[in-house]
Each structure stands twice: as structure tokens, then as C-alpha cells.
Ligand binder design. Structure first.
Ligand code: NAP
Ligand code: GLV
Length: 309
């Protein structure tokens, strides 16, 4: 059995080593763009270029080495009609929880204000907002969003969740679909974006949506940059409607040097590290799924191409 491996960062050697350790019968072929691959049974890709498509003929499934599949699905009908399988958590949920918890507490406990006071040599305790006025709204309550909500639960913030389909999560006021989006936004002092990037969510967070957040709201985007209309976010921060944002993802990555976000102190920037792929967990998950597919069994985390996630 042969697996085609492609990673846009070129960091393939440890992946090959981990696959060989777990499934010695699997022949892992790294596609280096220079020469064609021999026929492969499966493919594992991250950041695929269009030229990869020609190498995928005959594969039984394409695995993506991450949770988001937008970079693969953008090739649309040029992709072979085989299952596309994303990672299901695989060690990313706990990282997302750490990241979002840090950002929420930084705003609630006003550590951002204390950082700025300290730079000016100011010693002055600040009043805290009331927790009941500090509701946290998580857009996207899937594999990762649900873990973020669970991690926030012990802190006593009012919790809100928004998803495509109606569902219940204990202790969380749930909203679903575009009909309930306005109510969800109006009830969220902190908006955490954990949605996949799909045709339905592209630029969803534009000025009209962000203006529905209460005055003084914060935005945390750990999903994909193109969910957010970046100039609209900046306008609303500068107008004072939004108090600040923590952004891990951007329309163009790396965030270009002259981008106005760099100079805006109310925007905290991280370089797409909210939840990194954990190689050992991922390899274990993919090997398990390949074994299940070989036995003819159904597997989890198969992407719905029509929905885009
Ligand atoms: P997931 O399990 O597929 O969950 C997606 C959630 O979004 C589901 O709750 C889904 O609703 C909801 N959703 C999708 N389309 C929607 C729509 N049109 N309207 C309302 N809700 C919608 O995804 P995940 O594993 O939690 O990952 C989420 C995203 O995080 C990934 O797609 C990726 O882009 C991003 N990510 C970023 C990093 C990073 O380091 N920054 C790391 C990993 C992942 P239903 O529950 O109704 O299906
Ligand atoms: C990272 O951004 C992922 O989608 O896994």
C-alpha cells in the first residue's frame, strides 16, 4: 500500500518516520513537485498546489493534515471523486482552548490595559466588567468550538454558541442558522470565530455583522482570515464600536509588512499558531482510518463537499 505525502512547508521527513514506525507496510512517497509519483492508494496533503491534482488519479481517499480543508476544496471539480478526510481534533482542541481562554481572560481581567499602563509607568488598579455583561459567543461549535466552550464553562461567563444546525450543549445558549445570527451577535461581548471557511462563511464577519455586536465587544478569530472583512474590523475598532481583536489568521499569510493591523495596538497578532497539527496524534488517526477503509468500514471526519466542511 502506498501513501503520497505532500506538505507545502517541506517538513516531510518526520512524517515519513512516524508512518513507518506505526505501519511499516505503508510505502510513503514524498511528492517533491519535480517528478511524477508512482500510483498511490492514499494521499496526505497540506497546502497543495494545483500541480498536485495530476498525481491524485487512482487514490482511494485524500487526507488533509489539518482541520480546515478550504485550501484543498478550492480546486472544486478538479479533485477526484474520492472521500476527503480532515483531522478530527487530533490534539488541536486543547490548544484552541488554551488560546481562546488566554485571550478571553486577557480582556476580562484587563491585562491588555495593564500592559499598556505598565509601559507608561502607571500603577492603577482598574474596575472589572461584570461577568454577566461578558457573554462569550463561539461561532462554530464543532470538534474544536465545542472544546473551547467546555474549557470556558468553569469560569462562569454566560456562554453562547452558533452553528448551522440546531443543537444543544449543556450550559450554552445555542443559536442556529442565519435567522438567529443577529440575536447571537447582539448577545456576545466576546465573539470567537471557529467556523470553517466555506462559500457560506466567506466574509461573513463584515461591517453589517460586526456592528451588531454590543459596543465595546472583542473579536477573536482563530478560524480563517477570509471569514473577516479586515478593513471593516479596523474601521469599527478605530470608531470605538469594537474594543479590540485577537487575530491568529489573516486573509494573506504571512501578514504583509505594510498591513495596518501591525500598527494597531488594540489588535493582538499571532502567526497562525492557535492550534498546530500534532504529528503523532495525526499519524495515529490517519493510520486508523486507512485500516478502517481497507476493511470497508465507514470513517469519521469525511468532508461534505457541498457544504465545504
Ligand atoms: P468542524 O468540526 O467542522 O465544525 C465546524 C462548525 O462550524 C460546526 O459547528 C458547524 O455547524 C459550523 N458551521 C459551518 N458552516 C456554518 C454556517 N454556514 N453557519 C453556521 N455554522 C456553520 O470544524 P473544527 O474542527 O471545529 O474546525 C473549525 C475551523 O478552525 C477549521 O475549519 C479551520 O479553518 C480552523 N482551524 C484553525 C486553526 C488555527 O491554528 N488557527 C487550527 C485548526 C483549525 P454544525 O455543527 O451545524 O455542522
Ligand atoms: C489549521 O489551520 C488547520 O486547519 O488545521
Amino acid at each position: 500500500m502506498r501513501l503520497l505525502l505532500y506538505r507545502s512547508d517541506g517538513n516531510t521527513a518526520p512524517w515519513v518516520r512516524d508512518f513507518q514506525a506505526l505501519l511499516p507496510a505503508l510505502d510513503v512517497v514524498v511528492w517533491d513537485q519535480a517528478s511524477p509519483c508512482p500510483p498511490c492508494d492514499y494521499a496526505l496533503v497540506w497546502g497543495p498546489p494545483a500541480a498536485l491534482l495530476a498525481q491524485l488519479a487512482g487514490v482511494k481517499a485524500i487526507f488533509v493534515a489539518g482541520a480546515g480543508v478550504d485550501a484543498l476544496l478550492k480546486f472544486g471539480d478538479a479533485l477526484p471523486s474520492v472521500p476527503i478526510v480532515r483531522l478530527g481534533d487530533a490534539g488541536m482542541g486543547v490548544q484552541m482552548a488554551e488560546y481562546v481562554l488566554h485571550a478571553v481572560l486577557r480582556y476580562f481581567r484587563r491585562f491588555d490595559d495593564y500592559e499598556s499602563q505598565a509601559r507608561d509607568g502607571v500603577w492603577a488598579p482598574l474596575a472589572l466588567p461584570s461577568k454577566s455583561d461578558f457573554a462569550i459567543g463561539v461561532m462554530g461549535t464543532g470538534a474544536l468550538g465545542a472544546q473551547v466552550l467546555a474549557a470556558l464553562a468553569p469560569f462562569g461567563f454566560p456562554l453562547r454558541g452558533w452553528s448551522r444546525r440546531a443543537k444543544t450543549i449543556d450550559g450554552v445558549a445555542m443559536y442556529a442558522g442565519s435567522a438567529q445570527l443577529g440575536d447571537f451577535l447582539a448577545a456576545s461581548r466576546v465573539l470567537v470565530c471557529m467556523l470553517p471557511l466555506t462559500p457560506a462563511t466567506h466574509h461573513l464577519l463584515d461591517r453589517a455583522m460586526l456592528e451588531q455586536l454590543p459596543r465595546g465587544a472583542y473579536v477573536i478569530n482563530v478560524a480563517r482570515g477570509a471569514l473577516l472583512a479586515e478593513p471593516d474590523l479596523l474601521t469599527l475598532i478605530r470608531s470605538g464600536h469594537l474594543a479590540g481583536a485577537t487575530l491568529d489568521v489573516f486573509r494573506n499569510e504571512p501578514l504583509p509588512a505594510p498591513h495596518p493591523f501591525w500598527g494597531e495596538p488594540r489588535i493582538a497578532i499571532t502567526p497562525h499558531i492557535a492550534a498546530l497539527t500534532v504529528r503523532a496524534d495525526s499519524v495515529r488517526q490517519i493510520v486508523g482510518k486507512i485500516a478502517a477503509l481497507e476493511r470497508g468500514e465507514a470513517i469519521a471526519d469525511v468532508v461534505d463537499r457541498t457544504l465545504g466542511y
